[in-house]
Design a protein around this ligand. Structure first.
Ligand code: AMP
Length: 310
């Protein structure tokens, strides 16, 4: 099934307590499409870069069968750059700089051949652009979107319109509380579902993720990693693994959505092992399958024993 990905492509400079990387490939659309490319091909990527975007990066994306016909390359322009520094507690990060460059005037132009895409994944971009993308697509089966505090606070009304057009919104704890104006996460998710999306996924970093639909609450553990080098892009890798699996199987049943959450968690767990997309680059489908199965073992337990004592 066809998957359309729209978001940022970036050159990131990242410092963590474990190292530093300069002008490395990043951006939400990159993490989403590379993660999803393990499940579904080709992926249609819509974004913008400058002429300084490395050819090697373009070649790598093409090698993953990511279709770049929708990528705008601005001659003489500079690619979006972002710098971040993580604390010893990797949940805390300071943004050192954000240079929007060509991204500042990004208007997603969806090639005609992409307008019949079945699945859409929207990275964290201006909700006006998210609306503009969704409205150009002919009857998609599932639209997954991401957002952040900046848009929840700064463009709330536009975000509410974008949410009406989405099926799944992926948020972290604080974004969920802020958007719903409700401290309890489950209640907050229900409030958000009344804004439009049929499902809310709450990413909880090293504590896993929760999928909330009108019928189900499904809690996925996080993989107990001992080596985390760079948490950048984990949420986007999650979204890519999630929608990639759904697009591959073309199955929107509740059971398959749960599997998709585990595939999302699997891709996120690989993503953070190395800087930028380095670990995603070396991944094999077999490694993904092995870790997917390990997730089941993480929270499987025997109930017969306690029944004996009831
Ligand atoms: P995450 O770790 O999920 O927040 O994603 C980090 C990625 O988002 C990095 O690769 C950045 O290049 C990209 N990014 C950071 N700030 C922005 C922004 N304002 N708009 C779009 N992408 C951004």
């Amino acid at each position: 099934m066809s998957l359309l990905v729209v978001g940022s492509l970036a050159l990131d400079t990242i410092e963590t307590p474990f190292g530093k990387i300069t002008d490395a490939l990043g951006g939400s659309a990159v993490y989403i499409s590379v993660s999803a490319s393990y499940f579904v091909k080709p992926i249609r990527l819509v974004g913008i870069v400058g002429s300084d975007f490395p050819d090697t990066a373009l070649q790598y994306l093409e090698s993953r069968e990511i279709d770049l016909d929708g990528l705008q390359i601005v001659e003489g322009g500079k690619t979006f750059r972002w710098g971040g520094r993580y604390h010893y507690d990797l949940n805390i990060r300071d943004t050192l700089y954000t240079e929007l460059n060509v991204f500042e005037h990004f208007k997603p132009i969806i090639p005609d051949a992409y307008k019949k895409s079945s699945y859409i994944c929207l990275g964290n971009i201006d909700p006006v652009l998210q609306q503009c993308v969704i409205s150009q697509i002919d009857n998609p089966k599932l639209v997954v979107g991401d957002t952040m505090n900046f848009w929840i606070n700064g463009k709330r009304n536009e975000l509410l319109k974008a949410l009406e057009m989405m099926d799944v919104i992926v948020l972290n704890d604080s974004e969920t509380r802020l958007l719903a104006n409700e401290p309890n996460l489950i209640r907050a998710a229900r409030i958000i579902m009344n804004m439009g999306p049929k499902m809310v996924i709450i990413k909880k970093g090293e504590h896993g993720a929760v999928l909330i639909t009108r019928k189900t609450v499904f809690s996925a553990p996080a993989y107990p990693l001992e080596n985390i080098n760079d948490p950048t892009g984990a949420g986007d890798a999650f979204a890519g693994g999630f929608i990639g699996w759904i697009a591959k199987t073309d199955d929107l049943s509740e059971e398959n959505l749960k599997r998709a959450v585990i595939y999302g968690s699997t891709l996120a767990s690989f993503c953070v092992e190395e800087f930028s997309i380095e670990r995603l680059k070396t991944l094999s489908y077999l490694e993904i399958q092995d870790r997917f199965l390990e997730f089941r073992e993480l929270s499987k337990f025997d109930t017969d024993y306690s029944e004996k004592y009831s």
